[in-house]
Write a protein that binds this ligand. Sequence first.
Ligand code: SAM
Length: 210
Amino acid sequence: MTMLVTTKTIPQVQSIPKPGGSLLAPPHTTLLTALQLFEAEAAAPRSALDLGCGSGADTLELLNRHWHVVAVDSAPEALATVLTQAPVRCMARLTTKLTAFEDLQASQLPPFDLVNASFSLPYCAAAHFGQLWTEVRQMIRRNGRFCGHFLGLSDDANKASGMSLHSLPDVFALFAGFEVEMLNGVETDKAQSDGSVKHSHVISVVARKK
Ligand SMILES: C[S@@+](CC[C@H](N)C(=O)[O-])C[C@H]1O[C@@H](n2cnc3c(N)ncnc32)[C@H](O)[C@@H]1O
């Protein structure tokens, strides 16, 4: 099942080719869409928080577009990869922060134009998600954006305890006070190498804080 809500015409966007041929996966469409929306506003490159940056595909895209980036992850090896992959010429615009979502505090960071969270927020302990989301909302400047993913209730991850999953109405409620510019819910079944089938339910969002 797929459902898509867009309130704007958003042109197709391409990532910027990485000099030297990065081994990283391409940046996520949610990020490219948000960047396209900023660029359509003729906004100069600004500051972004990449929450749960992993090995940094999205962080690298932001850096290549001249943004300042704070890349956060609870895994030291993820941040080490980001630092290895980031071009030297971008280092002055990159800060890495080893922190768990559960310990993140808006008061310890400057406000951002963009908070990007690609496939990472579901890993926040469900009991802590409300507090994390309060902090995330505070971290986004007025007219700034959130882009990223949530896992829907039909995702197989729902069978594991403790992850943060959301229904579609839950997701809309999270964005009270935002203009939802793109919301895309997709359910798919994927065959796994062990022969089992994994059902994924991903809700992708780009939204602007009013
Ligand atoms: C599925 S990966 C996504 C990585 C990257 N954003 C991407 O899309 O390629 C999830 C990331 O979230 C990080 N993560 C998981 N739980 C976390 C937590 N409680 N606090 C901070 N980071 C966490 C993991 O270390 C991992 O890098």
